[in-house]
Structure formats: C-alpha cells, structure tokens
Design a protein around this ligand. Structure first.
Ligand SMILES: [Zn+2]
Length: 497
C-alpha cells in the first residue's frame, strides 16, 4: 500500500476496495451495509490496533437490534454466513483499546442507543426540557431567571393540562414538545403545537421540528394543532418591575393572552387567544400590551390613548408620566403642538414656540420677558424694546419715546429730552429751548416773565448774594447792568440776552 495515503483513506477506501476485490462475501456485505458510523467517530479519536482485521470484519448496525453491532469474524464465518452480534462498547474496546472508558460510553450513547420517548406533567420537567433540550430563545441563564423570578415556562402549569413530551437518546434530550392533555365535558383533549429538534450543527440557534417526536405523539393520540387558543396559563407576578406578570414566547398562531379570574380559588390566570390584551412574543419574560406603547422620555409603559405626540412633527411619544415637562404652544405656521418647557414662551397667558416668535409678532423685551410687538416701543438709545406702559419710559412732545431718566416734564405737562429744555431757577418749571429762551443771570436761567423780586430771591438762594444792585457807573464799560422790571442787576455772568 502506498505510504502517502492517510490512515483514514486506507481504512475506509483502500482496504474495502481490496477486500471487495478479493472476497465475494465482503463485496456483498459492503453492498448490504454501511460500516457502523461509530467506527468512523472512534477513528477520529484513536487508531485501531489492526486496520486490516477491523475492515475485514465490516461492522455494521445490527438489523435485529439497532443498539448492537454485527460483524463477520473471519472467512470461515463468512462461508457459513454467520454474523456475530455484540455490544458497541465491547467492540470498540477490542479494536480501540486505548480509548478511555468514558469516551467509549459517550460514543455508545450517541451511536448505539434508540430514542426513548416520554411525557411528563411536572413543571420541573417542562422547564428542564427547555433548558437542557434543543436550543431555543427560551433557554435562559440563571441571572435572567433571577430577574424575572421564575423561568417563563413555569406558567405552563400542569393543573391546566400542560405537559412536556421529550425524545431522549441516552440522557440527552434531542427533541421536546409542549403538550396539552385535559378532560372537558367527558372529552379528552390531547394535542401539541410545535416540536423542537436538537440540530446536528451545535452552533445553530434555531431548532427545526422533530419528525420522530411528532410521529410518536400522533401515535399516542395527540393531535397536531396550529395554536393553543383557549388554553390557560398561570398568572405569575414578574419580579422585573416593568411587567406585571411572567410571559413566555407562545408558539403557534395565537400568541396573545387576556387576564382571567378564578373566583373559587381567588387567583388570576391568563387565557391564550389570537386577540388578547397582551402580546406574548418576547423572549425576555415580558409582553407588549395592546394599545400600549413606551414613553420615549422615561421608558415607562403607557396607554396609547393617553399618550402625547410632542414636537412640531409630533414624532416623539410621551406619556402622562412626562408630559409635565412640556408646554402646549402656538408655533410654526400657526399650528399648536407640545414643546419642552424651556422652549415655550408665555405672552398674556398664551404660550408660543420660542423658535417661531417672529411669526406671531412677539418681541423680546429689555428685561428678557416677551411681549406682543404692538404693546411695545423701541427705545433707540438702549437698542431695546420696552412695554408701552413701562414707567421707565415716556413719550415726548414730538411723539418720540425716551428713557424717563433722560427727560424732563415741561410746564405744559409734555415731556422733552433734558438736553432740549432748561429750568427756570425761580419757578422750577421747564421750558423748551426752541420755544422760550432763558434769561441768564449770574449763570442761572430764568424765564423772561420772572419778576425782579423773584429773580433776586432765587439768586440769593443759590449763591448767597444779597447785594445785587450795582451802580451802573462802576461797571459801565464791560459790565452794563441789566434792568428787569425796574431793578438793575450786575451782569458778570450774562451769556446771552
Ligand atoms: Zn414617561
């Protein structure tokens, strides 16, 4: 034999070809039986002690007992058409003596056992079948179970007729199916909805239905139905506070539940239907209530009817839980909608969208408040809007608005900029420079109608001077006295007359 061929090639291709060519009986055996699959599995782990002998014996799955191996011991046995039956374990031990006992046990469990079918109506078995059986979205780790309080399959209470059917090979659960088995009105209801098979690909996360288990169940009188409609499951409070009760992912085409109440036992339960109040299609032990949605602000579950759409486009949904953070405003294009509190502006008891104030003729005042434009005036000197009735501002004789502090009230009752008016030191009244020119005496301004006595009095008050009469001759040249109402006044400070 060629040295460059792999042992596997030699054992499974080369040797059988040679044996078939040299022995008619071997050729017949090869045609009738495939070599037992456990040999190839063992071969991956260890080499057999004698390839040639192993191949000559051509071990295969015994026709009469699938758990055993049949083989032809030698040419003499072949001549007598005598096959030997033995256990898979013994056979492996003889040809692969180096394989450890536990490995042989595993190989036997995998390749030499027949499936065992059984049905249990214990909750523990129902949950075990999910947890240890074929891969499923309902296989949970301990921490997830701690969060919810129980595994969601705990709701399939046997008192409502639930049970679990499994197909085991050795100790491994290779297929499972929830079953319903209850009596009602003298009739037995026995059915299942979905079987799950352990895929041969160990990485697969999806389990196909298991034909063997389905056939076996049908043989036991269980119908195959499309849904669990009308069946009850237990109402178990959910430790996860966002849901009231624990919900499994319900198989079949009725995947919602409604609450029911058993007054005899004073307990709640859930009834499976296709139009119930709660949708049970979550893999997290929760459900989605119909007409319910999630508040986008706090994540709480809210009634759709009680929810608010916020923003101009109404594209954010919040519940009564969080609507207090919003204000209903008039805004873009005159439409009404909710905006966050700090984006709302109040004017005269009405609220507006801060971003669309211009559309509503609203201006921001000097003090940060908002006001309708018509109720304001613009004060040039400040570059700010003021409320028309703001006491800090006044309208002058030219119908212009100014800061009150920049203005004086004229003797006519009108207002004018301080710069445009002067004050009579005697009367205290203000006059518009453009209308009345003051008489200036001793640097003080007086209205021309002021009596000489009043002027003398005022000058005395302001300057302390009493001797205001100066003989005209003394200062004739440069300081001609001024005569008002018969009084002559010295005029050192006269600027204009
Ligand atoms: Zn909320």
């Amino acid at each position: 034999m060629a040295n460059n061929l792999s042992p596997k090639h030699i054992c499974f291709l080369e040797l059988p070809a040679i044996l078939a060519g040299s022995r008619q009986w071997h050729c017949t055996q090869q045609a009738l039986h495939r070599m037992h699959p456990v040999i190839e599995a063992a071969f991956k782990l260890e080499d057999p002690t004698d390839y040639a002998q192993l191949c000559l014996e051509w071990p295969y799955v015994a026709d009469t007992d699938k758990t055993r191996i049949a083989y032809t011991a030698d040419d003499r046995a072949a001549e007598a058409d005598r096959q030997t039956l033995t256990t898979v374990g013994k056979y492996l031990k003889r040809h692969f003596p180096t394989l450890p006992d536990h490995t042989i046990r595993d190989l036997v469990a995998k390749y030499a056992s027949v499936s065992a079918f059984s049905i249990s109506d214990s909750v523990a078995d129902i949950i075990d079948a999910v947890q240890d059986g074929p891969p499923s979205c309902m296989q949970w780790d301990e921490s997830k179970i701690d969060d919810t309080g129980v595994h969601p399959y705990a709701v399939y209470a046997p008192k409502f007729g639930w049970g679990i059917a499994v197909r085991k090979d050795g100790r491994q659960i290779n297929a499972r199916a929830l079953v319903m088995q209850r009596e009602q009105g003298g009739r037995n209801y026995k059915y299942f909805v979905r079987t799950y098979q352990r895929p041969s690909d160990t990485c697969a996360r999806y389990s196909a239905p298991d034909e063997q288990l389905a056939q076996w169940l049908e043989g036991q009188g269980y119908e195959h139905r499309s849904s669990w409609r009308g069946e009850k499951i237990a109402y178990i409070e959910n430790a996860d506070r966002s849901h009231d009760f624990v919900a499994p992912y319900i198989d079949g085409n009725a995947q919602s539940v409604s609450e029911g109440y058993d007054s005899d036992n004073r307990t709640k339960y859930l009834v499976i239907s296709d139009s119930g109040d709660y949708e049970c299609t979550s893999q997290n032990g929760g459900y989605e209530a119909h007409n319910q949605c999630t508040c986008e602000d706090c994540g709480g579950r809210i009634d759709e009817d009680d929810s608010y759409s916020v923003g101009y486009h109404g594209d954010r949904r919040v519940g009564p839980c969080c609507i207090e953070d919003y204000q209903h405003v008039t805004g873009r294009r005159g439409e009404s909608y909710y905006v966050p509190e700090d984006e709302a502006v109040e004017v005269n008891g009405d609220y507006y969208d801060r971003d669309y104030l211009g559309e509503h003729d609203i201006v921001c005042l000097h003090d940060g408040e908002y006001c309708m434009m018509d109720d304001t005036v613009y004060i040039e000197s400040q570059g700010e809007h003021y409320r028309s009735d703001d006491e800090e501002i006044v309208e002058d004789h030219k119908s212009e608005w100014h800061m009150r502090d920049d203005c004086v009230e004229l003797e006519t009752g009108e207002w004018a900029l301080s710069d445009d008016a002067w004050c009579c030191e005697s009367s205290g009244e203000y006059y518009l420079t453009d209308n009345d020119e003051p008489v200036i005496i001793h640097g003080l301004t007086f209205h021309a109608d002021t009596s000489a006595e009043d002027i003398a009095e005022a000058i005395k008050d302001r300057t302390g001077q009493t001797n205001l009469f100066v003989p005209a001759a003394e200062r004739a040249a440069v300081m001609a006295p001024i005569v008002i109402n018969g009084y002559a006044f010295a005029t050192p400070a006269i600027e204009t007359i």
